[in-house]
Design a protein around this ligand. Sequence first.
Ligand code: AMP
Length: 275
Amino acid sequence: MQIHDTISGVRTALKAAGRVVFVPTMGNLHEGHIALMRQARQHGDCVVASIFVNRLQFRPGEDFEKYPRTMLADCDKLREAGVDHLFAPDETELYPAPQRYVVEPPAEHANILEGEFRPGHFRGVATVVMKLFGIVSPQAALFGKKDFQQFMVLSSMVREFGLPIDVIPGPTVRAADGLALSSRNGFLSAAERAEAPRLYRVLAKVIEQVRAGATDFARLEHEAMDELRAHHWAPDYIALRKQIDLQSPSAHDTGLVVLAAARLGSTRLIDNLEV
Ligand code: AMP
């Protein structure tokens, strides 16, 4: 695996690379990321990963400073997964001056759900991904459905800008007890880690009820949030939405997804399940 920390270095290395498949990450890699790398291999000749903790997508007071940075272990995992190139710039390489030109996703995609609780988050995500796309020039890019809204925002961005990039989803990888793998799981205490899979179980129960014909979506959402609160979670939202645009469904819509964000202690976890 070749490791590049400059824009010019990665560009030069990828000049004759064939079909480039790109998997952007913020590092602290786990099996969810590695599954994306393996999946990427099926979509092209040259798998490129990036590791960059993107300040633009964190708000002041969020966990940018304490986001886990584990470069050496990450490199071993990427090598083992057969990744061809890693682009791991530092902040001064990617943002040598304040980034004034940004990608502003539409409010109906970016100001709901995660965007309501993390204002500006998707502007930061879309801006860094657009910048990385300009550097890596991939023919395909993979994003995990663990971040369902992020996938929707980025695939819409690529479509509306007419970028020649296939955007491919990867399934959510979970621990045996159902907890979606996340770099933030490392912040959980042992007791919180034991409690954490409740988020998945609560979502699974919502999905089960929808499959059984329940159409009182607001009641299902409230019951699910109450169950979390009863176990000392602080939910930001649990919402049944249409997969296609994340807008609220009417009773007979199909293709739904239930999305959640909730804090357990000081750790904020997100998850979702498709109906
Ligand atoms: P991150 O490093 O958290 O920005 O994630 C990098 C990529 O990995 C994103 O496309 C995420 O959606 C994806 N990802 C993170 N966790 C998982 C997971 N448990 N299963 C599948 N994909 C994931």
